[in-house]
Design a protein around this ligand. Structure first.
Ligand code: GLU
Length: 306
């Protein structure tokens, strides 16, 4: 496969789509992103890396961090994790509170905000000796092989300042006895994980273990078990794109997780990990150009899993 040719063609064909949609501004620190920025990177299980456009520009990975926290929490709890968080698509907004009340404070899946807050709560329960956010940052640096990866303090502060909806979700789950730790401590770690700043190149490298049965193929380190990676990829396929997860599976056909910073991480099991970034979002909160670029990617490479 001529990966560089594929990426260069996508970067060319995606031009008319750049800037279509709206940059997230409900977290004010995100609103400064250039709506027309576009970057994409592929890392293959052989360790080769290909990139195009703004693939070296750091951006806020936001909800993509939920894949990393799920990996850590599954390592701690295995399937017991699913006693406190479900594994069904929610069919409602990523920050909805209505369903939580109907379902006794158990979030539908680990990728909606309430579910991710429970996952972060689990990490804090198991990891008293180190702040939850530090553990997540360490994993992001280790997987991306990049000590440059950091938590953007300004974004984390902005999230904390404007995070009343997330605060409501955490306290609501505490009232049901589902959240184990102090809601403020959990939220602090959650806001920091969302504020992780990475480039497409770093993200594609970081996601490689998901394409290789849990083992980083370059360092040979076991990051997650084969069974956990199956679970994570299944959840990315069914729940990774908010209320448009079905649409993403329909058009792209790959496990993927998006974030409101405009990034998407997608996985081709056995072959490669792909990261794309373009900040203008469609109405469901997924990168408009990023989603289309991945659709082009799966068409051009015939790597759509279906
Ligand atoms: N930090 C964002 C929030 O909690 C994450 C949203 C997202 O990327 O889905 O609202």
């Amino acid at each position: 496969m001529d990966w560089q040719k594929v990426l260069d063609e996508i970067a060319q064909e995606i031009q008319p789509e750049l800037g279509v949609g709206k940059v997230a501004d409900y977290i004010p620190a995100l609103s400064a992103a250039d709506p027309k920025a576009f970057g994409m990177a592929v890392t293959t299980v052989k360790g080769e890396c290909y990139r195009t456009g703004d693939a070296g520009v750091p951006f806020s990975i936001q909800s993509i961090s939920k894949v990393l926290t799920l990996t850590i929490a599954l390592g701690f709890e295995n399937e017991d994790l699913f006693d406190r968080v479900g594994r069904e698509p929610s069919g409602s907004a990523f920050n909805s509170i209505v369903q939580l009340e109907q379902e006794q404070g158990i979030p539908r899946n680990p990728f909606i905000n309430a579910g991710a807050i429970i996952v972060t709560d689990t990490i804090i329960t198991h990891c008293r000796q180190k702040a939850g956010a530090d553990l997540i940052l360490d994993l992001a640096r280790k997987l991306s092989c990049s000590p440059r990866v950091r938590i953007d303090d300004e974004v984390a502060r902005s999230e904390a300042l404007w995070g009343n909806r997330n605060r409501s979700l955490a306290y609501f789950m505490k009232s049901f006895g589902v959240l184990q730790n102090d809601p403020e401590e959990v939220l602090q770690a959650y806001f920091c994980q969302c504020a992780l700043e990475m480039t497409c190149q770093e993200l594609a490298r970081a996601g490689l273990y998901l394409a290789n049965d849990g083992v980083d193929p370059v360092t040979n380190q076991q990051i997650a078990t084969h069974a956990h990676v199956n679970r994570i990829n299944a959840l990315m396929m069914t729940c990774g794109h908010y209320d448009m997860s079905g649409d993403f599976a329909f058009h792209v056909g790959l496990p993927g997780k998006s974030g409101v910073g405009g990034g998407i991480l997608a996985v081709v099991p056995g072959i490669c990990s792909v990261a794309v970034w373009s900040p203008a979002l469609n109405k469901a909160g997924n990168s408009h150009a990023g989603t289309m670029a991945l659709e082009l990617f799966s068409e051009k490479t015939s790597l759509n899993l279906f």
